[in-house]
Ligand binder design. Structure first.
Ligand SMILES: [Zn+2]
Length: 445
């Protein structure tokens, strides 16, 4: 091979997550014009000229992880109120703390989230929150790939006021970010219990006609199911089916309380599911029937949810939790093997967002979203199976280098696009204002 590239990554084990789940030991990967130009055994790249080189030093090279459901700016509330039931947590702590939010606060929280995600190997996230224009700008300036969606619900929003302005706000975002290589827009009504059928139908129309994902919370808790049955006489998934919303662009976040009939409805509609195991565990919502969904052919990706119900955005920790949760719940250690879980955090999450042609695996022609992990730490050696290592052993702090869309955004754990010290200082200062909403002490032993 005799060519010139923009970036050459050498001397790593490539875990490609391509269709054949190809592994390349002592592999190399060349990037040109933001795309993967070629990859293969290192010796084939000895004559390649490059503007920049990263030596993976025997580490593991993977496609960037994709966080399919989060509320990035909630980093500001990390640990604000723990060990509470969902309604007390929301109504006594989170909603009051959010009441004075503005675009600048959301931008700061999203910048912190981008820093945390990049440093833990996540290169793309799907977000739902208020003031999403701020999240879009934070992602863009961090060089992160993002799918952003302003949350829509029946009551007035602190951002746009009445709902009709909400749809206008989303339209403007679609127009503004439509051609952006990094930031895309999704339509994100909150849930079946906070959105009227009219709202859901208008949101679905908008998503379908713009060819973008429709993202909402679905069947997260028993109380939600009861509420929807009371209002509409059917369960949440049935409700969406009756509205004609179970389509391939729908991303259903949680899907904890779904029965076998509903799983078949999701599969038939080719609906995608964002599984948020740690958030479901922390809020004791329940265990989503992920093995059953996967068996039925439902595409399931992983999300962290907002980091105050988690309390971090590290998808390596999430993968570990997912693999173990379903094993213990089923009493079967063969359930959800490591490769399946890694697929959920990469290619299946990409497919859920309609991005599978662009990202989610290391393959020639795809955008260069690449993470290099150190595999030489005390907790890392020996490594017999890199896939098992990534799910059961690695954590975000093993991430050394991160490339997004061909740009090196983190080198040797140093963020290249974000001034982390400045953000940490500002967050610590702002956090003082949220202290009155904390439950510290009230639930201590
Ligand atoms: Zn959520």
């Amino acid at each position: 091979m005799d060519q010139t590239c923009d970036l050459l990554i050498t001397n790593g084990t490539l875990v490609t997550m391509d269709r054949d789940c190809t592994l390349v030991e002592n592999g190399a990967l060349a990037v040109k014009d933001s795309r993967i130009e070629s990859l293969g055994p290192s010796e084939a790249f000895s004559n390649v000229k490059t503007r920049r080189q990263i030596d993976a030093c025997g580490g593991i090279v993977i496609p960037g992880l994709i966080n399919l459901h989060t509320h990035a700016a909630m980093t500001l509330f990390r640990g604000l109120a723990d060990d509470l039931d969902l309604m007390s947590w929301l109504q006594k702590h989170i909603f009051p703390a959010e009441a004075d939010h503005d675009p600048d606060l959301v931008r700061l929280g999203a910048e912190l989230a981008c820093a945390e995600m990049i440093l833990s190997g996540t290169t793309c996230f799907c977000d739902m929150y208020l003031f999403e224009e701020s999240v879009a700008r934070a992602a863009k300036s961090a060089g992160m790939r993002a799918v952003v969606g302003e949350v829509l619900y029946d009551f007035p929003s602190p951002n746009y006021g009445p709902l009709k302005n909400g749809f206008r706000y989303v339209s403007q975002m679609l127009e503004k970010w439509g051609d952006d290589p990094l930031v895309n827009v999704a339509i994100e009504p909150h849930s079946t219990y906070l959105c009227s059928p009219d709202l859901l139908l208008e949101a679905a129309d908008m998503a379908w006609s713009n060819n973008v994902p429709l993202v909402l919370h679905l069947a997260e808790t028993d109380s939600e199911v009861q509420q929807v049955i009371q209002s509409y006489g059917c369960r949440p998934v049935e409700h969406l089916q009756s509205l004609g919303l179970l389509k391939s662009n729908l991303v259903a976040c949680h899907a904890v309380k779904v029965n076998q009939d509903e799983i078949m409805m999701l599969a038939e509609g080719r609906v995608k599911v964002a599984h948020n195991a740690e958030s479901n565990m922390k809020l004791a919502s329940g265990v989503a029937p992920v093995p059953e969904m996967v068996s039925a052919g439902v595409c399931v990706g992983l999300g962290t949810d907002g980091c105050c119900s988690n309390n971090d955005l590290d998808l390596f920790r999430e993968m570990d939790s997912v693999a173990k949760l379903h094993k213990v719940f089923k009493g079967d250690p063969t359930v959800l093997p490591a490769l399946r879980v890694l697929q959920m955090a990469t290619i299946d999450a990409a497919r859920s967002l309609g991005l599978e042609q662009r990202v989610g695996s290391l393959a020639v022609g795809k955008q260069a979203d690449i993470v290099v992990l150190d595999a030489s730490k005390a907790h890392s050696v020996p490594t017999f199976d890199p896939v098992s290592h990534l799910v059961y052993n690695a954590d975000g702090s093993d991430v050394l280098h991160v490339v997004i869309d061909g740009m090196v955004v983190c080198e040797n754990r140093q963020l290249q696009t974000i001034d982390l010290n400045e953000i940490v200082g500002r967050v610590r200062e702002i956090a003082k204002d949220f202290r009155p909403f904390a439950n510290n002490g009230s639930n201590r032993l």
